[in-house]
Design a protein around this ligand. Structure first.
Ligand SMILES: Nc1ncnc2c1ncn2[C@@H]1O[C@H](COP(=O)(O)OP(=O)(O)OP(=O)(O)O)[C@@H](O)[C@H]1O
Length: 234
């Protein structure tokens, strides 16, 4: 298992945003679902080393997120919900910048490969700030996967995309999940059904479901994921 989380807790002031969460994830796409404010982004930020947990442990690719945070960053790619990008950089320039941070050898060849994979080809000569939302998401994804990490953490990567863009990005995530461990946060149940093999549902900081999509449906009399989600989070 590339991701192992044990008793993870995060307290902001007096609020427990993540409350004793334990799960593991291996190769494939794991959907990370929950209502607004459930603790998804907080958990993802802890996994990627952006913020420290209050207690509990988490490891990525066998490295502890607290004690071995540099190693974790080498093995993880992160597309944050806000997808912060350098809008004044050209697409290739922004990828070269990230490649340089990671010290990627043969960076030009790798950048060309990732541009091809993310479908950025037609837009590659534009500035990031000139791109549509869908293409900016592709740049964010390209940056996250540039160093070919074993684990990808994608926080609502398809929010605000039109149906054509959605299909393209979902296909890319599905393809990446064949060789990588991917945690995908989304509010779109249809997307989970299209892309995810495993589903984790978190509510008020606690895990309320952790199973394969198939098992979840079988255990809930074949109900739709949406109905299961609503029942478990209310
Ligand atoms: N920096 C912070 N300081 C204080 N409280 C925070 C901070 N970040 C998050 N929270 C709170 O922690 C809880 C969990 O937030 P989090 O962003 O992890 O939820 P989420 O499941 O990702 O929600 P969404 O689906 O809306 O993105 C929320 O109540 C939020 O207000």
């Amino acid at each position: 298992m590339s991701i192992r989380v044990e008793g993870l807790t995060k307290v902001y002031g007096t609020q427990k945003a993540v409350d004793g969460v334990s799960f593991s994830a291996g190769k494939g796409v794991t959907g990370f679902l929950g209502p607004n404010g459930a603790g998804k982004s907080t958990t993802m930020k802890i996994l990627t080393g952006f913020i420290p947990q209050t207690s509990g442990t988490a490891s990525v690719a066998g490295f502890d997120v607290t004690a071995q945070s540099l190693e974790v960053r080498k093995h993880i790619g992160y597309l944050p919900e806000s997808n912060p990008l350098y809008l004044d950089m050209y697409v290739k320039e922004s990828l070269a910048f990230i490649a340089n941070i990671h010290g990627i050898p043969n960076a030009d060849a790798r950048i060309a490969e990732v541009i091809e994979q993310t479908g950025l080809g037609p837009e590659q000569h534009k500035k990031v700030g000139q791109l549509s939302k869908g293409y900016r998401q592709r740049v964010g994804l390209a940056q996250a996967m540039l160093h070919d990490p074993e684990v990808l953490i994608l926080d609502e990567p398809t929010s605000g995309l039109d149906p054509n863009q959605l299909i393209g990005i979902r296909q890319l995530i599905t393809d990446l999940g064949k060789t990588k461990t991917i945690i995908l946060s989304t509010h779109i149940m249809q997307e989970v059904e299209a892309v995810c093999s495993q589903v984790i549902i978190i509510n008020k900081g606690k895990i309320v479901a952790d199973d394969t999509l198939e098992n979840l449906r079988a255990e809930n009399q074949g109900q739709s994921l949406e109905s299961i989600f609503i029942r478990l989070t209310n």
